[in-house]
Design a protein around this ligand. Structure first.
Ligand SMILES: [Fe+2]
Length: 454
C-alpha cells in the first residue's frame, strides 16, 4: 500500500516568545498558551487518524453524506485559515485562493461552495498539497498568536477553541466516513488490525445482565450549558423544562437483543414503525442495521477491523432513528427525551470514564463487570437517539457573523443524539452536548437506550 506521509509540523520553536514581536503584542496568558498546545495536539491527531490510509483511500467519497478524508483534512484547515488567519493577520495571503471555495462546507456568508456531493471529484489538489496546506496554516497560526494585541486575544482564543472543537467533530466524521468507504469495497478491508486476544465472547454467548430500570422523579429540571468551559451555541441558554416521572434503562440495547427484534420479524411488521420509517424499510429494503449481513446463516458485520461476527453483548450501532424507535415500540418502551437524558446523565467525564476515541477500541463495548449500579455507557460506545427534535432552546440566538451558521440553521428535520461514541474524542463530550442527524441516518455510531413512563 502506498501510504502517504502524514507529517505534522514540528512547531515547538514557534511557541517560544519572539523578541522581534510588535511592542503592542500581549504575551499569551496561561489559558491562551494551553489552547495553543491543544491546537498542536488536535491537529496532529487528525493526521494520526488518516495515517493508516493510502492516498487512494483518502480520495474516495462513498456517498453524499460522507466526505473524503482528504477533504476533511483540508476543510478543518480552511476553518482556521478563514476564521482566524484571514481576520487577525494583517499581512494575510491565502495559501491558495481556490481553496476558499473548494473547502467551504456550508458557510454562505463566506461565499461560494463546491457542491457537497462532488467532493470526491476533487482529485486536485493532491493529498500531498493538502498536507502542505495543513503545515502552512499551522505554522502561520502559531507565529501569529504571540503577536496579537490584548484587544484581539479574547476573540482569537474563542475562535481558536471553536476551531479545535470543530476539528474534533471532524475526527469522528473521518472515522465514520472512512468506515463507510471501506465497507463499499468487496474486499472489506480493515482500517486497523484487531489486537490479538481482543475477541468477542466465545461462541457469541450472551452474558449481558438483563436491563434494570432506573427511576427518576418528575418536576422542573434545569437543562443546557451555563458558565465556564466550552460549549456550542446550540447547548444554551440553560433553561427549565417540566418532566413527568420516568424510567431509563441502565445500559444500551445489545446486538443480541436487536437480533431478537429481527428474528421476531421486526422489519416486516408495519405496526412497529413510524410511517416515514416504514417507507424507508420498504424503499431502501432495510432488514438489519447498516453493515450487518448474513453469511452461511450467521450474522456478521463490517467493523473498523473488517468483517467480524456479531458480539451479542455489545451495543447495537448504526441504526437510524426510525429503527431505534421501532425497536423501542417492539420492546414495549420508548426513546428518552433529551431533557430526560441530560438530567439523568452524570456530569463531565474524563478520558478514562467511557469507551471513546482514546480508548482505541474502535467499536462499542459490552458493559464492564466493574461498572457498578446506576446508568452505564452514558458516554462513549454509541450516540443515543432521543425522541427530541433538534430545535432551538428558548431564547437561543446564533452567534453574529459567519460562525453563526455553525449550528442554528440546521434546526429542522433532525433528531438529537446524546453521549458520544467509541470514536468521539473524550475531551469533546459533555452532559449538555447535542448531536443531531436526520431520522434515516445510519452511518454514525448511533444506538439505543430505552425509556419508559413510570
Ligand atoms: Fe466542518
Amino acid at each position: 500500500m502506498d501510504t502517504p506521509r502524514f507529517l505534522h509540523a514540528g512547531t515547538d520553536a514557534l511557541l517560544a516568545p519572539d523578541a522581534t514581536a510588535d511592542r503592542a503584542a500581549a504575551s499569551p496568558s496561561p489559558t491562551s498558551q494551553r489552547l495553543l498546545e491543544k491546537f498542536q495536539a488536535i491537529r496532529a491527531k487528525s493526521c494520526e487518524i488518516a495515517a493508516p490510509l493510502s492516498a487512494e483511500d483518502c480520495q474516495v467519497q462513498s456517498m453524499p453524506d460522507a466526505s473524503p478524508i482528504k477533504w476533511h483534512l483540508a476543510h478543518t484547515t480552511w476553518f482556521f485559515e478563514t476564521f482566524l488567519l484571514a481576520d487577525f493577520d494583517s499581512a494575510f495571503e491565502p495559501f491558495s485562493p481556490e481553496f476558499k471555495v473548494l473547502f467551504n462546507s456550508y458557510y454562505n456568508a463566506v461565499g461560494e461552495k463546491h457542491p457537497r456531493a462532488q467532493r470526491g471529484l476533487l482529485t486536485r489538489p493532491p493529498l500531498s498539497k493538502v498536507l502542505e496546506y495543513r503545515q502552512s496554516v499551522d505554522a502561520r497560526l502559531l507565529r501569529l498568536a504571540p503577536r496579537l494585541t490584548q484587544a484581539q486575544r479574547s476573540a482569537f482564543d474563542s475562535l481558536l477553541e471553536l476551531g479545535l472543537n470543530h476539528e474534533q467533530q471532524h475526527q469522528e466524521l473521518m472515522l465514520t466516513d472512512l468506515k463507510h468507504m471501506l465497507s463499499c469495497n468487496p474486499l472489506k478491508p480493515a482500517y486497523i488490525e484487531r489486537p490479538s486476544g481482543d475477541q468477542p465472547a466465545a461462541g457469541g454467548t450472551r452474558v449481558a445482565a438483563p436491563i434494570e430500570w432506573i427511576a427518576f422523579s418528575g418536576g422542573i429540571a434545569d437543562i443546557g450549558h451555563e458558565g465556564a468551559g466550552f460549549a456550542f451555541d446550540n447547548e444554551s441558554p440553560r433553561h427549565q423544562v417540566l418532566l413527568e416521572p420516568y424510567l431509563l434503562a441502565d445500559r444500551l440495547v445489545t446486538q443480541g437483543e436487536y437480533l431478537d427484534f429481527i428474528n421476531d420479524g421486526g422489519y416486516t411488521k408495519p405496526e412497529f414503525w413510524l410511517s416515514a420509517g416504514w417507507d424507508m424499510v420498504r424503499s431502501a429494503q432495510w432488514h438489519a442495521p447498516l453493515y450487518w449481513e448474513q453469511r452461511d446463516g450467521e450474522w456478521v458485520h463490517f467493523t473498523l477491523f473488517g468483517m467480524c461476527p456479531l458480539d451479542p453483548n455489545a451495543p447495537v450501532a448504526h441504526v437510524s432513528y426510525f429503527e431505534a424507535d421501532a425497536y423501542a415500540r417492539w420492546a414495549g418502551a420508548r426513546l428518552p427525551r433529551e431533557a430526560e437524558w441530560e438530567r439523568a446523565a452524570p456530569g463531565l467525564v474524563h478520558a478514562t470514564e467511557g469507551n471513546m476515541l482514546e480508548s482505541a477500541s474502535w467499536r462499542p463495548l459490552p458493559v464492564r463487570g466493574d461498572d457498578g449500579p446506576g446508568l452505564k455507557q452514558c458516554y462513549g460506545d454509541v450516540w443515543e437517539w432521543t425522541a427530541s427534535g433538534y430545535e432551538p432552546y428558548p431564547r437561543f440566538k446564533s452567534a453574529p457573523g459567519a460562525v453563526g451558521e455553525y449550528n442554528g440553521k440546521f434546526m429542522c428535520n433532525q433528531y438529537v443524539l446524546r453521549g458520544g461514541s467509541c470514536v468521539t474524542p473524550a475531551t469533546h463530550i459533555r452532559a449538555t452536548y447535542r448531536n443531531f442527524f436526520p431520522a434515516d441516518a445510519r452511518w454514525q455510531f448511533s444506538g439505543i437506550r430505552l425509556a419508559r413512563d413510570s
